[in-house]
Design a binder for this molecule. Structure first.
Ligand code: 16G
Length: 248
């Protein structure tokens, strides 16, 4: 049964506010695939008529869903279903490839830059190597189902992964290569996350609609002996990415 035939599903006597019930109906239609990403949803007027709720109630539901990121509006054109968000679990150390696959998307990368270079003072301090020591710098645009999601710039001491740049980094997972080629067991990471505005290049690469912010994530990842192995600066699309953590 479609969303537009669910008028009877609203419970007018119960304790749940009507706008919450409208949200739940729309959420269920999105989760069930009846409303697909980028599909236009029925207008406020149509929803109000079919569901038998006031336009104000419908508007409240749509506004909240827009703020929460499950819908977006295009001025003068209506309200649309947003892309599903991709979650990164924060309890476990996972790779981009794992995160994307576990959400049912196909991961891929476009290598934007790869080079050997001397470690700057900042990089050397982060990685616990001497300044000027050779590091691998790998900048990749990370894609989920061919749509850009993040730009990640990783820095690794070349001594721990000699010859890394000779490998195909556009299809492989960096973490898989570190494990299988170099026997590196990544054990822990320190990560900082902040909201930010993208610069023009980032906006272009990420194909960001106007006014969408990004998450800047820095990660220092260490091996099973506690030695830093990678320092990453990443920029994730704020509208497609969610960080999840369970607090006890
Ligand atoms: C994650 C990591 C990144 C790492 C990458 C490896 C963040 C926030 N997270 O995206 O540090 O380099 O996974 O992914 O930067 P891969 O194994 O798929 O190449």
């Amino acid at each position: 049964m479609g969303i537009l035939e669910k008028a009877t599903a609203l419970d007018r006597q119960g304790p749940t506010p009507i706008f919450e019930q409208v949200k739940a109906l729309l959420d269920a239609a999105i989760a069930g695939g009846e409303l697909a990403p980028h599909q236009r949803i029925p207008s406020e007027r149509e929803l109000s008529m079919v569901l038998g709720a006031s336009r104000m109630t419908i508007r409240q539901a749509l506004t909240e869903m827009t703020t929460e990121g499950s819908l977006y509006t295009r001025s003068g054109k209506g309200t649309y279903v947003a892309d599903r968000k991709i979650e990164q679990p924060l309890q476990r150390l996972t790779s981009f490839t794992e995160d994307i696959r576990s959400r049912g998307f196909r991961p891929a990368s476009r290598v934007l830059e790869q080079q050997l270079m001397p470690a700057s003072l900042e990089m050397a301090e982060a990685l616990g190597i001497r300044s000027g020591a050779e590091i691998v710098r790998l900048r990749r645009l990370r894609l989920a189902d061919d749509r850009p999601l993040a730009i990640e710039t990783a820095h690794l001491p070349h001594a721990v992964c000699p010859g890394l740049l000779g490998l195909d980094l556009s299809s492989a997972s960096l973490y898989d290569l570190l494990a299988t080629r170099y026997g590196i067991q990544l054990r822990s990471a320190k990560q900082t996350i902040e909201a930010s505005q993208p610069d023009a290049e980032e906006r272009g690469l990420l194909e960001l609609p106007p006014a969408v912010p990004v998450l800047r994530i820095h990660r220092l990842t260490s091996n099973d002996q506690g030695r830093p192995v990678e320092f990453v600066r990443a920029v994730y699309r704020g509208d497609r990415f969610q960080l999840h953590v369970e607090l006890r």
